[in-house]
Ligand binder design. Structure first.
Ligand SMILES: Cc1cc2nc3c(=O)[nH]c(=O)nc-3n(C[C@H](O)[C@H](O)[C@H](O)COP(=O)(O)O)c2cc1C
Length: 217
């Protein structure tokens, strides 16, 4: 076995150790519509969302209205905004559907019972769940929260939502197929609390099933 040191004293370090307050390394924003106790609807942006097949895993603050709703009323629509909708998303950022506002909410957070109106977004009825879709979002996933459980640290809940119906704006679908066209669709990415769209395509997976409209050099 080698006894050589991992790094010599004179070598420049390749990385520095930092202590960031957040680890939001760039994930798509989704808008969750859920049903409140009184039958009205709540809308909240989150970026802790990712898909495993047709299950979408969501990470939610334990004391928010969305987590509260999903514990009792599991229907949810996972709406995916496009990059040019970032300002509507940001209008929702300081709002909660929970009253009184929990002390754990960020400073400046206030109660808003009409989140659709506050964001300037339109409700569109869903087909198989009770909360409405966000009409302006190019992708809308009607889903059912099958499992809602605490995370390991206790401040969040982890939701596993099974998608039952997918709606897509025809402009982002390859005509005559069920494929979302990756050249036409971009998520809105939350990157260390700043909003981005996607840059140009770099290449594709060997598993892609989407026909190529043009060859990428
Ligand atoms: C772009 C963006 C991403 C966010 N991501 C999350 C997230 O992943 N999980 C979460 O619980 N809150 C997230 N938030 C904060 C919630 O939107 C915020 O706590 C809101 O008050 C929740 O609303 P509710 O209490 O009505 O559910 C995010 C906010 C923004 C603007």
């Amino acid at each position: 076995m080698s006894t050589a040191p991992l790094r010599t004293a004179t070598a420049a370090p390749s990385h520095i150790v930092i202590e960031p307050s957040i680890l939001y390394f760039g994930t798509p924003v989704v808008l969750l519509s859920t049903e409140n106790e009184d039958g009205s609807f709540n809308l909240a942006p989150i970026s802790s969302a990712w898909a495993l097949g047709h299950t979408v895993v969501l990470g939610l603050g334990r004391e928010g209205q969305t987590a509260r709703n999903l514990r009792s009323r599991p229907d949810v629509v996972i709406n995916l905004p496009a990059p040019d909708q970032w300002q509507a998303v940001e209008r929702l950022a300081p709002l909660t559907g929970r009253s009184p506002v929990p002390s754990t909410k960020a400073k400046g957070c206030r109660f808003e019972p009409d989140k659709f109106g506050a964001a300037g977004l339109r409700e569109e009825p869903s087909d198989v769940v009770r909360p409405p879709r966000v009409a302006e979002c190019p992708v809308q996933l009607e889903a059912h929260a099958e499992r809602v459980r605490p995370d390991v640290a206790g401040g969040f809940v982890i939701v596993e939502a099974v998608v039952r119906k997918v709606h897509a704006d025809p402009r982002i679908v390859v005509p005559g197929t069920d494929h979302v066209d990756p050249a036409a669709w971009s998520p809105l990415v939350y990157n260390f609390r700043h909003y981005f769209g996607l840059g140009p395509e770099l290449g594709h997976s060997y598993r892609t099933e989407t026909p190529h409209r043009r060859q990428v050099d």
